[in-house]
Design a protein around this ligand. Structure first.
Ligand code: UD1
Ligand code: MG
Length: 453
């Protein structure tokens, strides 16, 4: 079968008043990505070859996010909010190109799965002109009801316009619809606004298609997938649902999560096989963890890479640009940023490694600090292969420690250290023999003296 082209129209013109936010609703994030990006990622995975994002006026930030998530995305402005069908028609220039399939998705419904979008497209490929995503909510209040007769979808009734019998219907409109490209425009342009809200309802498309002797079908899915977000509480509930989904997927792919409910993932977190994640770990965006690595409790990782067999934590922080090679050990209270740690190197306790290259098998002692910032600019530190940095040393960047070199504990290193050398940068120790003994003798003599009148 030749591949069918697919246009996704994403409605993002809502004001999101109930979020009580200075930012557009669809830019709020769950699992490290904006709601809009979640939807556009699903669209791409479902074979969407083009995307049209409908935004409200003055929505430059939403337009920029759409293009960041899907570089080919077009944006269209709906100047006035006159209803969901009116919003879809803002993207008319994309509709007239007659893609085979048109998917209509709300940008505040981030849990939609690509498989479900594919099922809707399959219904179009099988001859339906309109496919509607239905679900059976625990509480149907506020949703449009799907009117099904003899297995065919004959209409959708918005709750406000429904009679008592129609309100009793359990199957509701999840809001997502798919249209065959060859009849979409004819249907959409016939939608009027003669209803109690005076809005152009996208849902009227079903009855209109029937009158045009075209077929409409309902595709059913679970409530989670069509969960819409209007408030911060719903944002948190949706985050929780997505976290469960991501944890399950990680475990199915061969990751051990010792206490899954305590691990927070991003939508783009990538794991190899037999990774073990101990309780209470947070993965911000852009983290990859390779096979057999262990992330111990209470770690925070952000745009970082953990190589095969590496051990991180407990209580470690990997900041953007932390690249750990194979079998690296990063221990408790160690922070790594913008640094490459080569295979087998170790920094096990109380250390800051910033803008640094740590050579293979090097050992960075407890309390080592790379002083990468001089108050004006950041500078790099290079630690050679197999080098040994004694505890509580400060490496003042820019500085290079040669391969196999030693740095004595407590040193402040301001000059490059040649390979295989020992560098000492600290006050010389002096010894005063018997000094403590003399001090104690003086003290006890003072005590024995009778107090002066
Ligand atoms: C809509 C459906 C309803 C369904 C419900 C599922 C219609 C007429 N009704 O109702 O059957 O059960 O979703 O959640 O479609 N939007 C615009 N421009 C507009 C109007 C809306 O961009 O002029 C966007 C909104 O920002 C939102 C989406 O379209 O993302 C849906 O609009 P909303 O007002 O939430 O529709 P509902 O009344 O919830
Ligand atoms: Mg709604």
């Amino acid at each position: 079968m030749p591949e069918r082209s697919c246009l996704a129209i994403v409605l993002a013109a809502g004001e999101g008043t109930r979020m009580r936010s200075a930012h557009p609703k669809v830019l709020h994030a769950i699992a490290g990505q904006s709601l809009l990006t979640h939807v556009l990622t699903a669209v791409r995975a479902a074979g969407g070859s083009a995307a049209a994002v409908v935004v409200g006026p003055d929505a430059a930030a939403v337009e920029a996010e759409a293009k960041r998530a899907l570089p080919g995305a077009e944006t269209f402005v709906q100047a006035q909010r006159l209803g969901t069908a009116h919003a879809v028609l803002a993207a008319k220039p994309a509709i007239v190109r007659r893609p085979d399939d048109i998917l209509i998705i709300f940008a505040d419904t981030p849990l939609i799965r690509p498989q479900t979008l594919m099922r809707m497209r399959a219904a179009l490929a099988a001859g339906a002109a309109v496919a509607v995503l239905g679900f059976r909510p625990a509480d149907p209040a506020g949703y449009g009801r799907l009117l099904v007769k003899d297995g065919e979808l004959v209409g959708i009734r918005e709750e406000i316009d429904a009679n008592a019998d129609e309100r009793a219907i359990a199957l509701c409109n999840g809001g997502l619809m798919a249209f065959a490209g060859d009849s979409a425009l004819a249907i959409l342009e016939r939608i009027g606004n003669a209803n109690r809200k005076g809005e152009y309802y996208l849902t009227d498309a079903v009855a209109i298609a029937r009158r045009m002797e075209l077929r409409a079908v309902a595709i059913e899915t679970e409530e989670d997938e069509v969960r819409g977000i209007n408030t911060r509480a719903q944002l948190a509930e949706t985050e929780a649902a997505l976290q469960q989904r991501l944890r399950k997927a990680a475990m199915e792919a061969g990751v051990t999560l010792v206490a899954p409910e305590t691990v927070f993932l991003s939508a783009d977190t990538k794991f190899g096989r037999d990774v073990v994640v101990e309780p209470f770990v947070y993965f911000a965006q852009g983290v990859t963890v390779e096979d057999n690595a262990t992330i111990r409790s209470f770690c925070h990782l952000d745009r970082a890479h953990v190589g095969k067999g590496a051990i991180v934590g407990p209580f470690a922080r990997l900041r953007p640009g932390a690249q750990l090679g194979e079998d690296v050990h990063i221990g408790n209270f160690v922070e790594v940023k913008g640094s490459t740690i080569e295979a087998g190197a170790k920094a096990n306790h109380l250390t800051y490694i910033g803008d640094t290259t740590v050579g293979a098998r090097a050992n960075v002692g407890a309390g080592t600090i790379t002083c990468n910032y001089d108050g004006i600019a950041k500078h790099r530190t290079e630690i050679g292969k197999g080098a040994f940095i004694g505890s509580n040393s400060s490496l003042v960047a820019p500085v290079k420690i040669g391969d196999g070199a030693y740095v004595g504990s407590g040193s402040v290193i301001t000059q490059d250290v040649p390979a295989d050398a020992l560098a000492l940068g600290r006050g010389r120790q002096s010894i005063k023999e018997g000094w403590a003994l003399r001090l104690r003798a003086l003290k006890s003599a003072a005590k024995k003296k009778p107090a002066a009148e």
